[in-house]
Design a protein. Structure first.
Length: 455
């Protein structure tokens, strides 16, 4: 019977996951991952002389997902408890139609968890490959923003209040550095997780006699996976480490999304996601320009941490092979990959097409009538009269400026205690935002300098 795939996109699927990742973690791909294990197992066992190569090729020819009925497998999985059991049954029947003798050695010496775990590892490899292009685009776009806006002055905000001047390039460099750190963690966790699972019934490969390690080595080579020191049926740390790295990626994207969505607020209006027909509109308000990419990333940042926690909670698995904890992983890790891919794809599009309003950034710095330069004045006075007295003078001037609705510079200029220390020209320089950026440009350069040359 031809394959029927139950993984067709849902109404919300394309919003929260990339097309590439949806394909990697479709039902058909899950099935093909297990079949790739079975085909490679047969070839590995024939290569060490357990049975003829012709039998292995007969098995391998039947290891095509399009030859299987996923709907029937799903129903049988509900009875068997895992998908490998009905899969092996269907595979054996397919092979038997063409080569009855080969059917006798299907799944030889393996257990269900070997097929399911190794199939998942193959999907993980595909999932990491699927997000790499967006990671490359995102880091390139962030680097371009950081370089272009290294001197674009904007107000820095702490505790959601205006603080002191920074640059938009510094903000972009902060996003970039965080993404690069997460990318490195993800790559390392991905390498660690790219290991074969092959242990047989209880992790000893006893069914293969003294050829167990020979078969395992040949199987790892067939699948281009690392052969671990021993099977890891009950030890899930590699997968959880990968899930945590994905969680960190989503959290980093959520941080970017939170910042950008706040910058897009009407009252702020300093940076915007790209506009387009049908993008970010409202069903009732024609003027709206909603932060859609940010919404997706923030939704993922809300949903992924509990999924990572699920995998952490599933780690104490019983004895040689666990009950329930292992099963809890089957949908959880793919869900993390899917949500991460959607958040990454949307934020990549947003950053690549970001609109930055430098003029508006300048206007917003002036919204407090000079109050945001209070620290700069305090530090200049502190050199002359000490930090505590300087702080007291400027704090009092800030209160007067707020009460009078006046500019802080004018209030300070009228204060004899300040005027005796700072000339009008000195005050003018202290109230120039670009004069109080500290190491902002140097920090941007340091982040950009750490990027690999090929990027």
């Amino acid at each position: 019977m031809p394959m029927t795939d139950s993984s067709t996109p849902t109404l919300l699927g394309p919003l929260f996951a990339s097309d590439a990742m949806a394909a990697v973690f479709s039902d058909a791909a899950r099935l093909q991952g297990m079949l790739d294990f079975e085909a490679a197992l047969a070839r590995a066992e024939s290569s060490v002389g357990l049975f003829p190569a012709a039998a292995a090729e007969s098995i391998a020819r039947a290891c095509r997902a399009d030859l299987f009925d996923i709907a029937t497998l799903a129903r049988d999985t509900a009875q068997a408890g895992n998908p490998a059991i009905p899969l092996v049954k269907q595979l054996t029947a397919l092979v038997a139609r063409q080569d009855p003798s080969a059917a006798r050695v299907v799944h030889w010496g393996a257990t269900s968890q070997d097929a399911i775990d190794t199939g998942l590892v193959l999907q993980i490899r595909g999932g990491l490959a699927a997000i790499e292009p967006d990671l490359q685009r995102l880091t390139a776009a962030l680097a371009a923003l950081a370089e272009t806006h290294a001197k674009t002055v904007m107000i820095g905000r702490t505790l959601l209040q205006q603080a002191v001047p920074v640059t938009f390039g510094l903000k972009a460099a902060g996003w970039l550095a965080a993404v690069e750190r997460t990318r490195a963690r993800l790559a390392e966790a991905g390498r660690a997780a790219s290991v074969l699972q092959f242990g047989g019934a209880a992790g000893t490969l006893a069914a293969l006699g003294d050829r167990g390690l020979d078969v395992a080595a040949a199987l790892a080579k067939e699948l281009d996976l690392v052969l671990p020191a021993l099977p890891w049926h009950g030890h899930r740390d590699r997968l959880v480490d990968l899930a945590a790295a994905l969680g960190l990626l989503v959290g980093t994207l959520g941080k970017m999304a939170r910042d950008l969505s706040l910058l897009m607020q009407t009252e702020v209006a300093e940076a915007f996601e790209p506009a387009g027909q049908g993008r970010g509109g409202s069903s009732t308000m024609p003027h709206k320009r909603n932060p859609i990419a940010c919404a997706v990333a923030l939704a993922a940042a809300t949903r992924v941490p509990p999924l990572v926690a699920t995998l952490l909670a599933a780690m104490p698995q019983e004895q040689e092979r666990g009950l329930g904890g292992w099963h809890a992983e089957w949908e959880t890790l793919p869900a993390i990959f899917l949500l991460a891919s959607g958040a990454l794809h949307h934020m990549t599009e947003a950053i690549a097409g970001l609109t930055v309003d430098a003029a508006r950034m300048g206007e917003n710095i002036g919204a407090t009538r000079g109050l945001v330069m209070a620290e700069a004045v305090t530090m200049a006075l502190a050199d002359r009269i000490g930090r505590l007295e300087a702080h007291h003078l400027v704090e009092s001037a800030c209160r007067r400026a707020l009460a009078e609705g006046a500019h802080l510079r004018d209030v300070l200029a009228r204060d004899p205690a300040v005027a005796g220390q700072l000339t009008p020209g000195m005050l003018d320089r202290l109230f120039a935002p670009e004069s109080y950026l500290g190491m902002a440009e140097r920090f941007v350069q340091r982040v950009l300098a750490t990027r690999p040359p090929q990027q």
